[in-house]
Ligand binder design. Structure first.
Ligand code: GTQ
Length: 352
């Protein structure tokens, strides 16, 4: 019950006098901006089926030439935020991008951080600050804030990938903008080769990069092998998950959004406690069910769903015989930096 005074309790001429001077009484709105126990979330549990997206994206390939699109993307928009806002959650933006054989998405850079999770097709590449990153299914490619990036495609089939950006946050902060550039010269040096072997790094005296982002491409083969190694090394471990990190610092791969890969063992059900960040699940291999109160989504391969923060979530492998592999994007680095990251093991407030 809201027992605070309401706007209607105030004389109309008083409210008008306030408004004329750009003044607002707090108390009628106080519970709205500081609700009890749990935040108000506009983010709704939402599922996007790849079988729905793919034909519509290929149609976009017929309707709109790349020169007219610059980036040919269908945005996975959360209706809870209204579709016009083009956001999956408060900080997460999701888009499915199509590049046809021979096409080129010209070089630009922008303040929002982005990653690409490659969904389908071979032969495409993203060049990031002169480093050419091949794109294969399941690979994660970083294009962090301010880095030049362009996409090209030397293969013979359409290539589709999932873009994950912190665009809604950057836009809200009024810091979102871009600069256009020319075709990049590809320089020698491939961070994904140098840093792919966990536990050994280039010795600082010879080669510590000094780069803020030494590794830009995380090959799916390596990530999958890491998950399988954890699963077989620790047969009792329920939460088989890895986090994409900067190999030189061990910190999150990017500043704002967090990226992880999770393996569900055959037949496994995994219950995750409520946590403050909103979270995106994308099926890389296999099928999984994502259950939250009031919603259940069956993720087929390449399907994506978004779950609001503070929501206990149960993941179930739909197969009793094969593992399932999920890509996860969340807002955890942002929440940790802001000091609001929270886990609620018993679904009760655990204010940090
Ligand atoms: O590929 O650079 O989905 O700039 C949205 C904005 C992709 C990109 C998006 C972008 C890009």
């Amino acid at each position: 019950m809201n027992d605070l005074g309401r706007l209607e309790d105030l004389p109309a001429d008083y409210v008008a006098a306030l408004r004329e001077r750009n003044l607002v009484p707090l108390w009628p709105s106080l519970r709205g901006v500081l609700p009890p126990q749990i935040p108000t979330r506009q983010t709704r549990p939402t599922h996007w089926a790849y079988a729905d997206i793919k034909p519509l994206l290929l149609k976009a390939g017929e309707l709109t030439p790349i020169e007219k699109a610059e980036r040919r993307v269908l945005v996975l928009a959360n209706p809870g935020h209204t579709l016009e806002k083009m956001q999956a959650s408060a900080a997460l933006y999701l888009g499915m991008q199509l590049l046809l054989p021979g096409e080129w998405a010209p070089s630009h850079r922008h303040t929002p951080n982005a990653v690409r999770m490659v969904v389908e097709g071979e032969g495409a590449w993203t060049t990031v600050d002169g480093e050419k990153c091949p794109m294969s299914r399941g690979d994660l490619i970083l294009t962090p804030t301010g880095r030049w990036h362009e996409h090209g495609h030397d293969g013979d089939q359409p290539v589709i990938w999932l873009d994950v950006l912190d665009l809604p946050l950057m836009y809200y902060l009024e810091v979102s903008y871009h600069l256009n550039g020319g075709r990049q010269d590809v320089k020698p040096g491939r961070g994904d080769r140098v840093y792919a072997h966990g536990g050994v790094l280039p010795t600082p005296v010879f080669g510590r990069s000094g780069k803020r982002y030494p590794m830009l491409r995380y090959a799916w083969a390596e990530t999958k092998a890491a998950l399988q190694a954890i699963a077989s090394d620790q047969p009792e471990l329920a939460h088989v998950q890895v986090t994409y990190v900067n190999p030189e610092t061990g910190e999150d791969a990017e500043n704002v959004l967090g990226f992880h890969a999770l393996m569900l063992r055959p037949g496994q059900t995994l219950t995750l406690p409520a946590r403050s960040p909103a979270c995106v699940y994308h099926a890389i291999e296999g099928r999984a069910r994502v259950d939250v109160k009031g919603h259940g989504f069956d993720l087929k391969e390449a399907d994506t769903c978004c779950i609001p923060g503070y929501t206990p979530t149960t993941l179930t492998n739909a197969s009793a015989s094969a593992p399932a592999f999920l890509f996860i994007a969340d807002e955890s680095p942002l929440h940790r930096k802001l000091g609001v990251y929270e886990v609620r093991p018993d679904d009760q407030p655990a204010m940090p």
